[in-house]
Design a protein around this ligand. Structure first.
Ligand code: PLP
Length: 302
């Protein structure tokens, strides 16, 4: 298992994107506790007989890395999964199904399509209760795996960093919900700094959410952390011509791929910070490649 792969100056890359065949990246880490919960239940049921095990339900868009990873883990472990997808059913509209949804269906995930207004209720208790009752017995996983079990499970990523025996004390990673950042920061000692590059435009409550997760994780000590908000390249799932040029050049020179939503923006941010002189290029850093490469299939410029 290559942990520290190619290097960009003094930046080493922790390649979570190469860790497994099906859906590698940070989403698999965040989902693992839910998989473990069902597997424990399965072991219990096999000795006691009795009821059927829980299925795993979550939410996402038609290119969701999270739903993709959930479907893959369900498939690999024989766990039933259900994806609540934002948008119209391709069967109904006749539009082409995304490659992500085709994979998920192929892996046995049941898919239901909901309107944008229904989807907006995904974090509301009443909506969630209706879903878990309708598809009972079911465990509901928040969108993106943004949960305390998910954050806790990212300790395993911090462990990969520690095991790499690196001199680097500066960790850079892309941020969506901040769950991965919180989990990693909580599991590294105070001499580390963790710098998140937000993939979203104007995610003003991100710091607050990370702080709340860190409090809940109750670590004795944790790494210092901060989030940079000016590297979203136009907003979530958007790109600039500068980003596109950068990705093409990066992939040619480095020999591995980036995903357009998260890791590309992180790598570009590192380059911009170094070129502008805000960051010393000599400082050893670890950039976490959080995966998401399946999403490349939906991007015309790649
Ligand atoms: C979801 C995702 C992230 C963001 O993770 P959070 O824990 O939500 O901050 C980063 N990179 C990739 C490739 C992702 O799929």
């Amino acid at each position: 298992m290559p942990v520290l792969g190619s290097s960009l100056g003094n930046v080493s890359v922790l390649r979570l994107d190469t860790l497994s065949d099906l859906a590698p990246g940070n989403k698999s880490f965040k989902l693992q506790p839910y998989v473990d919960q069902v597997l424990h239940e399965r072991a219990r049921l096999s000795t006691s007989g009795g009821t059927v095990e829980h299925r795993l339900i979550s939410f996402g868009g038609v290119w969701s890395n999270h739903l993709h990873a959930l479907a893959a883990l369900g498939h690999a472990n024989g766990i039933a999964t259900l994806g609540v997808v934002r948008g119209d059913s391709p069967q109904e509209t006749g539009a082409a199904e995304s490659a992500m949804l085709a994979d998920a269906r192929h892996w046995g995930m049941e898919l239901i399509y909901v309107s944008r207004s229904d989807y907006r209720q995904r974090n509301e208790a009443e909506y969630q209760q209706a879903l878990t009752e309708r598809y009972a017995p079911a465990i509901l996983i928040p969108e993106g795996g943004a949960s305390m079990p998910g954050a806790r499970a990212c300790a395993a990523i911090a462990q990969l960093i520690s095991q790499s025996n690196t001199v680097a004390r500066s960790i850079v990673l892309p941020v969506g919900t901040g769950t991965t950042l919180a989990g990693i920061a909580a599991s590294l000692p105070a001499e580390f700094e963790v710098i998140g590059i937000s993939a979203l435009k104007g995610a003003a409550d991100l710091e607050e959410r990370v702080e709340a997760m860190l409090r809940a994780l109750d670590a004795q000590q944790h790494a210092s952390w901060r989030i940079l908000h000016d590297h979203h390249c136009g907003g979530f799932a958007r790109s600039s011509s500068g980003l596109q040029e950068f990705v093409h050049a990066f992939e040619k020179s480095q020999g591995f791929e980036l995903d357009p939503v998260y890791t590309a923006k992180m790598m570009l941010a590192i380059q911009e910070m170094q070129v502008s002189g805000k960051w010393d290029a000599k400082t050893p850093r670890i950039a976490v490649h959080t995966g998401g490469l399946q999403g490349r299939r939906g991007v015309s410029w790649l």
